[in-house]
Design a protein. Sequence first.
Lengths: 88, 93
Amino acid sequence: MPDALMAAAALVLLATIAGLVRVLRGPSLVDRIMAAQLLGTGGIAALLLAGVATATPAFVDAALVLALLAAFATVAMARAAPRRDDAP
Amino acid sequence: MTILVDAASLLAILVGLLFFAAGTAGLLRFPDAPSRLHALTKADHLGLGFIVLGLLPRAEAVGGATRLIAVWVLVLLSSAVAGPLLARLARRR
């Protein structure tokens, strides 16, 4: 069972890395912000799975901190976006 | 009994992985920014919810079920705040 959970964590990380392609390709700024938010959600899922797999409570605390930081980062990026600018 | 709980937990985690992969595929393949926002906030968070649901039986080892559910509720609330912000930004540009 812990091996299956670790494999699931690796798969979530793979999906997250695949989603990061949107950061490179995204035609606008919003797509890049959304891909960064995907990194937050995917990182939380992988941290939770790895934490239960190794029975370490610290992983869940790290996932909590990552959730908070991702929220702040998304709001900060959305607020700092240039208005009516053509450069993404 | 433990076998049943383990199987249900694994099934929930698999469904969560499926939803997560579908949400990421939507983020990559949808035609415009608002629909990508839909894929990101709905499918990915549902996948996270299923993963948390699957991890609940084993939650005593990592400090209790309340912590796992709190992580999920926090992610939901933060994306409920950030979603309209991003949608407004997408519409403005």
